[in-house]
Design a protein around this ligand. Structure first.
Ligand code: F6R
Length: 240
């Protein structure tokens, strides 16, 4: 595992975008596994910039996202589908037909999980971008999620609902369930790139990197993957 500690969020984001950019340049038909949330916003800003300045093209790139809130359609401002459009896809030359994200508003959620799981199997990811929750979750695999878990509907932990409520006007508006890819799905990606920034991630980062490989910290499974890069800012690395 390669652990890189940088000064701040800006350096973390620039380095992450550089690594993803290298994947795109070395394989213009690569499949990128993408995440949402605050941590990766700066990475997407750098990728938009790299496209705008002509350094990168996403014309034949495919993307597949980790998760989506149950109940939110793609036109809902808090859906992850909307997040991906406004923070990345609307600003680059990617073919929308090559971007995949679970349908949180599917009427048959079981069938949607099955469909998405089948899609993941058909689209091996060259690189998977990840954030980490303050409770150690990856995607929405909360503590206790089995390491062999696959795409499914999950209940969000109270701490995750609280963390994510900063983006909603009221905590009651935060969806309590999500469709998430499983831990086994994440581990299938050829390369993993996990980013963490800020003091509120320091405990989870320590458990991920220096704790036992245990489902009480889902991200600790990364210790067993053969190609992982973790980029931390100083605050996230402060307990190591
Ligand atoms: C989102 C996702 C989550 C986030 C995590 C950190 O697609 O998979 O695991 O990466 O909740 O969120 P932020 O970056 O908002 O702190």
């Amino acid at each position: 595992m390669k652990i890189v500690t940088v000064e701040n969020y800006e350096e973390m984001s620039a380095l992450a975008a550089k690594i993803i950019g290298q994947s795109v340049q070395s394989n213009p038909t690569a499949t990128l596994g993408l995440a949402t949330g605050s941590t990766v916003l700066g990475t997407y800003a750098n990728l938009r910039q790299a496209y705008a300045s002509g350094q990168l093209s996403f014309k034949d790139i495919r993307t597949i996202n980790l998760d989506e809130y149950v109940g939110l359609g793609c036109d809902h401002e808090h859906s992850y589908a909307y997040y991906m459009l406004s923070n990345l896809f609307d600003h680059i030359d990617i073919d929308r037909a090559n971007t995949f994200i679970p349908r949180g508003d599917a009427t048959d959620l079981e069938a949607e999980c099955q469909r998405y799981g089948d899609l993941l199997a058909k689209l091996p990811r060259d690189i998977q971008l990840l954030g980490i929750g303050s409770d150690g979750h990856i995607a929405f695999n909360e503590p206790g999620s089995p390491f062999d878990s696959r795409t499914r509907v999950v209940q969000l932990a109270t701490s995750t609902i609280k963390d994510n409520s900063r983006l909603f006007s009221r905590i009651e508006d935060v969806p309590t369930r999500a469709i998430t890819v499983g831990i086994a799905d994440i581990m299938c990606a050829k390369k993993l790139l996990l980013l963490a920034s800020g003091l509120n991630k320091a405990k989870a980062v320590k458990a991920m990197l220096q704790g036992a490989v245990d489902t009480c910290c889902p991200a600790s499974i990364l210790q067993t993957h053969t190609d992982v890069t973790v980029i931390l800012d100083k605050q996230a690395a402060s307990l190591l």
